[in-house]
Design a binder for this molecule. Structure first.
Ligand code: 5RP
Length: 222
C-alpha cells in the first residue's frame, strides 16, 4: 500500500469533519491548508448549509469561489461548529495557532462557536507547546514595547517581515518558549497593552481533534 502523504491526511480529516456539520447551519471556517481542504469538502454539501463565517479574507475568498455564502459574524447568530487547523496541539486540546496570521479572527469565531473541531495531520500533536514560534498580533506602534516584554518572559520575538494581518496589524513570532502553562501565558500576554491576540488557544481549546495518521483518522476529545 502507498504511504499517505501529509496532504492525504489533511484531506482525510477535512472529510471526517463534515460529519460534525449539522444540516441548515452556519459553519465557522478556519484558515490554512487544512481548512482549505475542509472548505473544498464543504462545497460538496453546500446545499445542506446556510452559509459560513470566515476567519480570514483568504478563506472568505475560497468559500465564495465555491459559491458558499459568507456571512458576517454579526449577522450569523449561533454557530454550532468551528472547524480549523492548528500549528501545534496537545492531548489537553491546547493549541498554538496563527502560522497563517489569522489568529485574531480565528479566536473570535472559535469563541462564538459551540464546538471547535480541530483538523490536523499527526505531525501537529506535541507534548509541550512552543517549538512552533508563538504568533502575537500587535498594534504596530506597540511592536518594540511588546518585543521587550516578551524577552522578559523568556521568549525571542521576531517580526514577521512584510506581513500585515487582515486587521492591519503586525505579527511577532516568539521563538524559544517551552510552554508548560498555556492558560497562564495566554492570559499574561493578553494583558499587555498593544497585544491584539496571541496564538495560544488554551482558555478556549478544541473540543474534538480529528488527527490524520498513517493508520487513518483518529478522534480525540477534551
Ligand atoms: C492560521 C492557522 C492555521 O490553522 C495553522 O497555521 C495551521 O495551518 P495548516 O493547516 O496550513 O497547517 O492558525 O492562522
Amino acid at each position: 500500500m502507498m504511504a499517505l502523504s501529509q496532504d492525504d491526511m489533511k484531506r482525510a480529516v477535512a472529510q471526517a469533519a463534515i460529519a460534525h456539520v449539522p444540516t441548515d447551519c452556519i459553519v465557522g471556517v478556519g484558515t490554512g491548508s487544512t481548512a482549505n481542504f475542509f472548505i473544498d469538502e464543504l462545497a460538496k454539501i453546500k446545499g445542506k448549509i446556510r452559509g459560513a463565517v470566515a476567519s480570514s479574507e483568504a478563506s472568505a475568498k475560497r468559500l465564495q469561489g465555491h459559491g458558499i455564502e459568507v456571512v458576517s459574524l454579526n449577522d450569523a447568530g449561533d454557530i454550532p461548529v468551528y472547524v480549523d487547523g492548528a500549528d501545534e496541539i496537545t492531548r489537553h486540546m491546547h493549541m498554538v495557532k496563527g502560522g497563517g496570521g489569522a489568529l485574531t479572527r480565528e479566536k473570535i469565531v472559535a469563541a462564538a462557536s459551540k464546538k471547535f473541531v480541530c483538523v490536523c495531520d499527526a505531525s501537529k500533536l506535541v507534548d509541550v507547546l512552543g517549538k512552533f514560534p508563538l504568533p502575537i498580533e500587535v498594534i504596530p506602534m506597540a511592536r518594540s514595547y511588546i518585543a521587550r516584554e516578551v524577552v522578559k518572559l523568556g521568549g525571542q520575538p521576531k517580526l514577521r517581515e512584510g506581513f500585515t494581518t487582515d486587521n492591519g496589524n503586525v505579527i511577532l513570532d516568539v521563538h524559544g518558549l517551552s510552554i508548560m502553562n498555556p492558560v497562564e501565558l495566554e492570559t499574561a500576554l493578553n494583558q499587555l497593552p498593544g497585544v491584539v491576540t496571541n496564538g495560544l488557544f488554551a482558555r478556549r481549546g478544541a473540543d474534538v481533534l480529528l488527527l490524520g495518521t498513517p493508520e487513518g483518522v483518529k478522534t480525540l476529545t477534551a
